[in-house]
Design a binder for this molecule. Structure first.
Ligand code: SAH
Ligand code: SF4
Length: 361
């Protein structure tokens, strides 16, 4: 597979152009075609000499992502299914600002993107992990989701969350390179503070990212306030239990001086006990973290379900009484298979026939 032109930095382009005896300003022209004009073919880069275009075509690809499907929901959240060069699929979800959270005039447009095809961490409730891990996404496939979502929606994305398919911290080298493409002024130009990585709790990588100079934000999928509950639904907890995870999160706080977010899916009869809510509040308080409560989205083939709205509110009240700021996301995307991984699973099953998914709660 040739390199993608999307991954080329100004320095890399300069040295290539120097080797070819081309003037340095060609590098700026190439970057403009890729990132500003959003070129989809090297042939249309008409201000470059033919010999340079030929060289680029022989050595680079441009876009390897293709649009496969869009699903829209009543609240204007849209989910895109993208086909990769090898016939695999990933998902991205475009989420407009919620007026309730950000005010009527907010122009926040968040794109939730994927970092891997499938996931190796096998959380029991999650569609992405259902059929295991297939492969890492490369940096141009990560940043390419933003380009394609912007093209399809006609809207500029100004906030990115790595909460789609996959465990981003298990793909750290490609993730760091993708940050460069997304945040550089010559790339997408989105500030690091507008990027949030969500992790199921990979302790060594949390520490490594804490040492990374960019002010990327971090969200942690906690989903259980005690090891006992977390062990049952997130196998990763057996490797890095809550105490080790929180040590790493304290380290993150020291290094980054940012507010952390704890994500907590509410699953009926599994982790929604009010005693968990009280413990969650204590843990969040120890980190000065905020808590996002997310009622579970049903996954085809799994028996888990969300608690009643009233119970979700009681859970939230208990966390709030512990002195922690919480949000409860009740509506967004529920009607479009919002839990990432589901659309891809449906598409792959349609193409290859049903597989055995006897895994249950
Ligand atoms: N692997 C990373 C990022 C991708 S998952 C992580 O686990 O954090 C992004 C978020 O979606 C996680 O908080 C995950 O637990 C949540 N999620 C997965 N399946 C879900 C479902 N069915 N309903 C609601 N949230 C879900
Ligand atoms: Fe992987 Fe995250 Fe799903 Fe767990 S919740 S299986 S870590 S994508």
């Amino acid at each position: 597979m040739p390199l993608s032109l999307l991954t080329q930095t100004p320095d890399e382009l300069s040295s290539m152009l120097e080797d070819m005896g081309e003037p340095p300003y060609r590098g700026t022209q190439i970057l403009e075609w890729v990132w500003q004009k959003r070129s989809t073919s090297i042939d249309e880069m008409h201000n470059l000499p033919a010999r340079l275009r030929t060289h680029l075509k022989e050595n680079f690809t441009l876009h390897t992502l293709a649009h496969a499907r869009t699903q829209g929901s009543s609240d204007r959240t849209r989910k895109f299914l993208f086909r990769l060069y090898d016939g695999r699929y990933v998902e991205s979800v475009l989420i407009p600002a919620s007026p309730a959270l950000y005010g009527e005039r907010s122009d926040r447009r968040t794109l939730c993107i994927s970092s891997q095809v499938g996931c190796a961490f096998g959380c029991k409730f999650c569609a992405s992990g259902l059929e295991g891990f297939t492969r890492n996404l490369v940096p141009d496939e990560i940043a390419g989701q933003v380009l394609l979502a912007e093209e399809l929606s006609g809207q500029k994305v100004n906030n990115i969350v790595f909460m789609g398919m996959g465990e981003p911290l298990a793909n750290l080298p490609n993730l760091l390179k993708a940050f460069e493409l997304i945040t550089s002024p010559w790339g997408l130009g989105i500030g690091a503070r507008h990027l949030t990585v969500s992790t199921s709790g990979l302790v060594p990588q949390i520490r490594r990212l804490a040492d990374h100079p960019q002010q990327i934000r971090l969200a942690i999928s906690l989903h259980g306030a005690s090891d006992e509950v977390r062990d049952r639904i997130m196998p990763v907890n057996r490797k890095w239990p809550i105490s080790e995870l929180f040590d790493a999160l304290h380290y993150w706080k020291v290094r980054k001086k940012q507010k952390l977010t704890l994500e907590y899916i509410l699953i009926e009869g599994v982790n929604d006990d009010l005693a968990q809510a009280a413990l969650l509040a204590q843990r969040a308080k120890s980190l000065h973290a905020k808590v996002n409560l997310i009622p579970y989205n049903r996954v085809e083939g799994l028996n888990w379900k969300r608690p009643s709205e009233a119970h979700c509110r009681s859970f939230q009240d208990t966390v709030a009484q512990g002195g922690v700021s919480t949000t409860l996301r009740l509506e967004k995307g529920h009607d479009i298979d919002a839990a990432c991984g589901q659309l891809r699973l449906k598409q792959e099953r349609r193409e290859t026939g049903p597989r055995d998914t006897t895994e249950t709660a």
